[in-house]
Structure formats: structure tokens, C-alpha cells
Design a protein around this ligand. Sequence first.
Ligand SMILES: [Ca+2]
Ligand SMILES: [Ca+2]
Ligand SMILES: [Ca+2]
Ligand SMILES: [Ca+2]
Length: 559
Amino acid sequence: MGVVFCQARYSIPEETPEGSFVGNIANDLGIEISRLISGKARVVTKGGRQYVELGRDKGTLVVKERIDRDELCKQTTPCSFSFDLIMENPIELHRVTVELMSFSNVIAENSPVGTTVAVINVEDADSGQNGLVQCKINDNLPFKIESSLSDYYALITDETLDRENIAEYNITILVSDQGSPERHNNKTLNVKISDVNDNPPVFSSEEYKTFVIENNSPGVAVLTVKTSDADWGPNARLSYFLEDNNLQANLVSSLVSVNSETGVIHAIKAYDYEQMKSFSFNVTARDGGSPPLSSEVTVTIIVQDQNDNAPQVLYPVQTGGSVVAEIVPRSADVGYLVTKVVAVDVDSGQNAWLSYKLQKATDRALFEVGAQNGEIRTVRQVTDKDAVKQKLTVVVEDNGQPSRSAVVNINVAVADTFPEVLSEFTDFTQTKQYNDDLTFYLVLALAAVSFLFIMTVVVIISVKIYRWRQSRIFYQSNLPVIPYYPPGYADTGVTGTLPHMYNYDACMKTESRKSDCKYSTLGGQSVLVMDPSFTETMQRAMREKAFQQDLDSPEVVRK
Ligand SMILES: [Ca+2]
Ligand SMILES: [Ca+2]
Ligand SMILES: [Ca+2]
Ligand SMILES: [Ca+2]
């Protein structure tokens, strides 16, 4: 009984599904199919599971059940399992080893050049020239195969990868020996490139511009910013944000909002062209990568004018009560400029393009209005028959769609004299009455003020004259000065001048109280004396004067 020992070795990728082809054992070991059948060839696995089964009629080995690498090898690399192919009559025993090619078929796109993608075990049971194995992969791939250890080849990256360009590769590994005839085998590996967040969001336009007609309804969608992100999954999932800052005293967030998911920009409120003609703001798009990448774009919203303002008449001023009238002399020639209607419109363009029309007139044949300039001129010569009082109604209209207008009433007085005008315009009479009253009160107030002023001047002059005369009395009189002491005044012997001066001052200050003051002529000099001691003081003065005279004349004999 001869026992033949042969060895065969196969490599299969991990996670090979049930029924996958492992190898053609009949070919590889040179066994006839009939021998496999007659020898009742079978696969015998010691211990563990039988992962592979033999197809006797074809001489092939296929995966019988899913091979769980973790269960089989844990973390051991390389991972393989063996079984025996046994035949009877005569007994033959062939050892077959199956290597699980250990590789992750996913590689990140930012992996550096030289990163190992897979390690492949290639063995040939033959020895010598027949056992020398060559390993190749298909051309034009960013990978290469390198021999690392004997029987092991490493598939490594040869160029930088870009998932956004090519997301997966099917790499065919061609194994051949140098025997004659040459035997070869090939395996195709599927390598997937995993995404890295290496692309920022890209807006479809460098900047966005949109037009919104003023008085828009709040909440209306005005624009959508479109972006793309070449990455995949969360790295390409975009959110939009508004960059908030102050815009002409408005916060951007008070004017617009952006839908964070869709990039639709909504107006928050109704815009007013007259307040803000355009505004710009930034929108940021950010992807969901880690770390995230973002891009920014400027959005400009141009508010368009709507004819929402009627013209405003600046002249003639339209006031409630009083009426202003333009006066046209009867001698006025044809084309005489009566007045000019001045109006403005805060809108723009056609919406502010004003035209003037004479709507009503006392005498339509007498006046015309310049359609563009609002000038009111006489059309014909004024005659004596023309009424003094002429009323014109002028319509100022803008050119918007629909147009808006304002009406202005103009009074025209065809007269040469003012009284003529007054007699016609009753409104004017009322105004004059009012003006007359006002004038009367003004004159009255002026007269009162003047009178008070003159009185003040008179009083000041009187005081000055009085003081001057007083000083003349005191300093030029030959008579002794007789001070007046009020009743109860006690001269305590103070001989200073102050108490005496005080008395004179007090006397002068009470000058207006004429009943208290009296002038008396003593010896041709005026002396001021005061009641109630007037009599007493006079008597004393007289006595002292007499006494003085006595002293002056030696002939007088003292009584
Ligand atoms: Ca991205
Ligand atoms: Ca990417
Ligand atoms: Ca407007
Ligand atoms: Ca307008």
C-alpha cells in the first residue's frame, strides 16, 4: 500500500462566499477525474470545520461554508487552514493548505504613496524552476505589487488616490511559474477608496444677485444658492448659514433668512426702495465632514422701485386756512409767468417722472400749465373783462403704472391794486382783519413799552437833579448844617460822620413820599426837613440863626 504525499496551496480572499471556486485540485495535482471517482476522493479536516468540499466529477475545490477569519485565526497573520484529500485503492493523501488573503479592500483616498493594500500569499507546490513564481497586476493602476517575504507579495499604492476621480479598482493579480509548460493563475481584488473630506463646498456662482420689487410680501423666497461638494456622505452634506452683521442700521438677519438645508433665501420683511436700494450679505455653506470645510458667497439683493408714492407739491404751499394768491397785473403780456408749481416724487425713474395738467380753471382760455415744468403762464392778453379772482386746479401726475397724482389749487388775482384784490378775496379780508388786530396789539405793546421807558428816564433825571441840588445846599450854604435825628435817636456821643450821612441818605431815599418831605427857605438857602418834627426843627434853626446873627453883630445885647 503506497501512500503518496502531495501538497497543494491556495489563496482565497477573506469573506469568500459559499460555493466560490478555490482551485482545481485535479489539474494542480495531476489527478485524473476517473481516479478521483474510483479512489472515492474526499476531503478530511482534522478537528474543526470543513470549509472546503471537493467536486469529484470536476476535480475542483469550492467553499462549503462561510469562512470566519476571526474564528479561524483571531488576529494571526497570515491566516490559513489545511485539510487532506484522501483517496483509496491505493491510498493517496494530499495535504492542501488554503491561505486567507489578508487585506482590507477599503483604503482611504488620502493614504500616502506606498501604503500596503493587501498581502498575498503565492505558493507553488513544485520545486525548482517550476516553483518560481512571478506575480503581476494589470497596468495603468495606481498600485504595484512587491515581493515582501518569500511566498508573500504586497499590493501597495504607487500614486496618490482620489476617490472623487476613481472610487474603486478591480485589480487582477496574475501569478505564473516558470515551469514548462508555464502554469498561471489569476485573482481579482476589488479595492474601494474611502472618502476623506478634501473638497470644500462649491457655489454654482461666484456671487449671486437678484432683484426684488419693493413692498414684497414678507417670507417670500428670493433666491436659492446652489452648491456642490465632490465628497461623499456626510463630507458632502451641506448646511447654509447667514453671516450676520450690520447693514445700513439693519441687521442682515432682520432682512433675510436662509434655509439651512436647502439654501433658499427668504425676505423677512417688505423692502422699501425709498429706504434701501440694495444690500449685500454673505452666505456660508459648510459640509458635515470632520473637520468641516466651508465656503462663502456674497449675495446682493437689488430692490426695485414700485410707484408707491404720489407726487408732493412743494409750491404753492397748500395750507388749511389762509389762501395765497398770485397777482397778475392787467397789463401782463401773453406768456406772463404767473407762478410755477413745484412738486417732487420720492420714487425713481418713470415713477417719479412728473407731468402737470390744468384740471380746472375759472377761465381756461387765460392760463396754461407747462406739462413738464409746471409753469403757469397766461395764454392771451389780460383784458378788463377778466374776473379779478381766478382759481386754477393743477394735477401733478407721475408716469408710474398705475400713475399717482396730487392736486394743487392756485388762486390768481388779476388786478393792478391791492385793494382790488382784497375786495374780491373774502378770505383775504378775514386775514386782513386778523392782521389789523395783530397790528393794533403790537402798537399798543410798543406804546406801553415806550411810555415805561420815558418814565424811567424822567425819574432817573429827577433823581440826578435832586442829588445835584442837595450837594449844592450842603457844600455851598453859609448856614450850619442841621442834621435831622429821627425821634428816639440817641446821639451817643459818636462824632463820626456816618450817622449824620445815614440820616441824609435816608431822607433822600424817601423823596417820593412827598408828604413826609418839605422844603424850606432859610436865608435864601433850601434846607430839607422832615415831618413830624418839622416845626421843632424849624424853630431850633430859627433860634440858632438868630443866635448866629447875635454873634455876628456886636450891637445886639443879649437878653
Ligand atoms: Ca466636502
Ligand atoms: Ca473626498
Ligand atoms: Ca417706490
Ligand atoms: Ca411716484
